[in-house]
Design a protein around this ligand. Structure first.
Ligand code: THU
Length: 132
């Protein structure tokens, strides 16, 4: 039997609530923080296409609203079984709160398909300074 994977379950659950009427491509993301808490978000599209939010961006907003600022692990799952990698903008957003060794996992409906560190996905990330 497969190991329980709470982070993946949270990403799959929130993906079902994605608002993606334009792309028809639902995405869910779930973030784990050092406290062990999990924060989930889905993509939220808009008729003015560039105004839509990615799932990772939504999950980050939920995490920050809850008072947390450090990401230790992320799972992203697309609607298809094929894994997706976080888009460039979301890599930068994840880097704001993650570390080079933050684990980023990509999943399809049948479970994990790929994993990287944030340092691998965004080497030499832009940063002004380390925020408190
Ligand atoms: N999308 C995400 O939510 N996360 C990604 O990392 C890549 C793309 C969303 C944005 C848009 O709503 C849909 O997938 C198609 O691009």
């Amino acid at each position: 039997m497969a190991e329980p994977d709470e982070l993946l379950d949270a990403a799959l659950e929130v993906r079902a609530r994605a608002y993606a009427p334009y792309s028809k491509f639902a995405v869910g993301a779930a973030i784990r923080t050092p406290s062990g808490a999990i924060y989930a978000g889905c993509n939220v599209e808009n008729a003015s296409y560039p105004e839509g939010s990615c799932a990772e961006t939504s999950a980050i907003a939920v995490m920050v609203a809850a008072g947390e600022r450090v990401i230790t692990e992320v799972v992203v799952c697309a609607e298809s079984d094929a894994p997706i990698t976080p888009c460039g903008g979301c890599r930068q957003r994840l880097a704001e709160f993650g570390r080079v060794d933050t684990v980023v996992r990509a999943a399809g409906s049948r479970g994990e398909r790929a994993r990287w560190t944030l340092g691998e996905l965004l080497p030499a990330a832009f940063a002004l300074k380390t925020p408190e």
